[in-house]
Design a protein around this ligand. Structure first.
Ligand code: NAP
Ligand code: MG
Length: 397
């Protein structure tokens, strides 16, 4: 390696797996260079969460990061970890500093059939993670009255529209988004499409929302012009359709594309798509900034329930697949950026060794009931990593 990878360590069971993955699958094969940031909750508390900001800044500097799952503290964690503040979600902090979009893709294998029979290839969901209903303001009107939407521009633009004349009690809501955020979202989507050589589908409800949703469509169309020739060269397409039409087409499709969704659509559809593909433990996630910085991680959390068992000395069968793929994704990206074909090859072999293992029926417990056509053998996390190592050794020999 020439440029270091930004390595963000995390919490609980995934922190245990993190070290096991490095020791068993990475360090024996790669002359690993990382800049290490400990985003484990104790260190975030100790540094007043500055470590998270530093890790995000390092990602901007070097361009590629790999992140372990981390605890987002709640009231119970305040006591458990004796925190002096309820720190914000590290993912939220990193995402807003990188202005990035999260792409979630399931890892698929032949013996785990998606709930939708026609899906042959994974579907990647890109969720716009800013604004709309997530930054809304709401009023509960307790009596009859007039609701208005008012805009007062700094240079004098003024618009006032009656939302509704209430004859009695009701509810109302105000939402917004910004051209800047939508533009960043579009750039990230087109960049990731080129990166993974997949079509982009984008959907809104612009027949009903003629200014708000229509603005999303316009911006995507504008930004796409910068990527059009790359898309043509790669034989991939950008396709816009109404959200209802998109839902119907997704179900009938064979998969293998990126579905860019507005914030709420992405929230809901990512849960549907990931459940339909099988297991949360097999869902990968990558944050892509509009200027092409990448942060790879697993979509799942720190698997707390398994960690508490681990602390009691019990064996756990936690699935490390998504965390391994975060490493392979990041190392491959680093290899591509730094022109290191050997590193790219290692990343591919590591993923193939994982597939070899699963296709041989060696799995963690979460997958046992999902498999068809093979008789699975359930192993614990260490056993699973060991089985991958054997296959990786053979591949790398
Ligand atoms: P979780 O860690 O994703 O786990 C929820 C359940 O899903 C587990 O109890 C387990 O089910 C199953 N599961 C998830 N990943 C698995 C794996 N790799 N192998 C096997 N089973 C797996 O979600 P959570 O328990 O709601 O959250 C735990 C902590 O993670 C929280 O503190 C939360 O803040 C944090 N979190 C972090 C991120 C992130 O950093 N990206 C994302 C989400 C949550 P069974 O118990 O049935 O085996
Ligand atoms: Mg959701």
């Amino acid at each position: 390696m020439t440029t270091p990878l930004v390595e963000m360590d995390g919490d609980e069971m995934t922190r245990i797996l993190w070290k096991m993955i490095k020791d068993e699958l990475i360090l024996p094969f790669v002359d690993l260079k990382t800049e290490y940031y400990d985003l484990g909750l104790p260190e975030r508390d100790k540094t007043d969460d500055k470590i998270t900001v530093e890790a995000a800044e390092a990602t901007k500097k070097y361009g590629v990061a790999v992140k372990c799952a981390t605890i987002t503290p709640n009231a119970q964690r305040m006591t458990e970890y004796n925190l002096h503040q309820m720190w914000k979600s590290p993912n939220g902090t990193i995402r807003s500093l990188l202005d990035g979009t999260v792409f979630r893709t399931p890892i698929t294998i032949p013996s785990i059939k998606p709930a939708v029979k026609s899906w042959e290839k994974p579907i990647t969901i890109a969720r716009h993670a800013y604004g709309d209903v997530y930054k809304n303001v709401e009023i509960r009107a307790a009596e009859a009255g007039t609701a208005k939407l008012v805009f007062e521009g700094v240079d004098g633009q003024r618009e006032e529209i009656v939302v509704h004349e209430f004859k009695g009690p009701g509810v109302l809501q105000g939402m917004h988004n910004t051209d800047k955020s939508i533009t960043s979202f579009a750039h990230s989507c087109f960049k990731f499409a080129i990166d993974t050589k997949q079509d982009v589908w984008f959907s809104t409800k612009d027949t009903i929302s003629k200014k708000y949703d229509a603005r999303f469509r316009e911006i995507f169309d504008e930004v796409f012009q910068q990527y059009r020739s790359d898309f043509e060269r790669l034989g991939i397409t950008y396709f816009y359709t109404l959200i209802d039409d998109a839902v119907a087409r997704v179900i009938r499709s064979n998969g293998g594309f990126i579905w860019a969704c507005k914030n709420y659509d992405g929230d809901v559809m990512s849960d549907m798509v990931s459940t339909a593909f099988g297991s949360l433990a097999m869902m990968t996630s990558v944050l892509v900034s509009p200027d092409g910085k990448y942060e790879y991680e697993a979509a799942h959390g720190t698997v707390t329930r398994h960690y508490y068992k681990h602390l009691k000395g019990e064996e756990t069968s936690t699935n490390p697949m998504a965390t391994i793929f975060a490493w392979s994704g990041a190392l491959r990206k680093r290899g591509e950026m730094d022109n290191l074909p050997e590193l790219v090859n290692y990343a591919n072999q590591l993923e193939d060794a994982c597939f070899d293992t699963l296709n041989d029926g060696i799995v963690t417990k979460d997958l046992v009931n999902l498999m068809e056509g093979v008789t699975p053998t359930a192993v614990n996390s260490a056993g699973f990593l060991h089985a991958i190592r054997e296959r990786l050794d053979r591949r790398m020999a």
